[in-house]
Design a protein around this ligand. Sequence first.
Ligand code: TXA
Ligand code: MG
Length: 352
Amino acid sequence: MITKVVKIDESNISREAVREAGRILAGGGLVAFPTETVYGLGANGLDARAAAKIYEAKGRPSDNPLILHIARMEELEPLAAEIPEEARALASAFWPGPMTMILKKTAAVPYETTGGLDTVAVRMPSHPVANGIISAAGVPIAAPSANKSGRPSPTKASHVIEDMDGRIDMIVDGGEVGIGLESTIIDMSEGIPTVLRPGYITMDMIRRITGRVELDKASMGQMAPGVHPKAPGMKYRHYAPKAELTIFRGRPEISAAAISSALKKAASEGKKAGVICTEESIGLYESPVKKCVGSRRNPETIAHNLYDVLRAFDEEQVDCIFSESFEDYPLSGAIMNRLIKAAGHRIVECQE
Ligand code: TXA
Ligand code: MG
């Protein structure tokens, strides 16, 4: 299959390109497009055969359900059998935006889209290109992140091309996405709002709207035997860079010192080590492969660049990677959730 790549300028959106993407989706094809979180790989979410193509293109296990993307609030009613008051309140606070809600599904939603579950995940993205494409398609769009299963979510069209060229009909290149980490998933189907995957919309932001919220304890992975995360996707082995990644947790000065000693030790053993650091700390390390993930003064840059930095390390001939940790920011829950999974839970606690 030849994948058509079309550039769209967010500030001057080509109606023709959006219409073409909509036509392909309505006809059962696959189109990758930017959202404010990460690039999505879209298909008609009400068409079981189109949804099946997503699983094939990604190499994704078929019990891992997809998120349905809508462009307007009226499109929620036909998908959700019950919309609790708290869900309506969250929708008016955070939609369009980086929040996904799990609700009881109607018969209109095929089990092929929900991985056999009686619930459906729904999100209304705020990215104007995503919104335009969903409207043009005229159907809810099932869209997982547009990476091959097991790779970091794409935050640039070049990442999508790396993983999906030749496997899908069209890639809409809308430049770099804004947030860089996937949406916050909140289960609204069982009473107390429960965060299944942390994201840009934090627990505090949710609590301000609903007065109550819980975190699915299994969402950080490394579950006790018999404990299963409620979002099936959180149980799969997540992206792990080729080189072994270790997180050094502690105050930035303390962890920088620990990383520097680890670099010396690696060098003495003849190993080449890379570092994931920040603008504030990049000058502190002696390593030929230092990657700056952002600035601690602006933690949103860390979320924005994390997946790109993880992907970039696979091009480097390093034996191991040491990363600083990024605690104490509103976005830390989301950032550390992804980083800890990428590190396979290898964490060094740095003592004061
Ligand atoms: O930001 C995002 O959410 C991006 C963009 C493209 O919108 N999409 C995304 O989709 O991250 P995906 O497929 O990579 O992750 C969806 C997650 C998976 O962990 C899946 O198991 C969970 O949502 N999920 C979907 N439907 C569910 C349901 N009915 N119950 C529980 N978890 C569900
Ligand atoms: Mg994904």
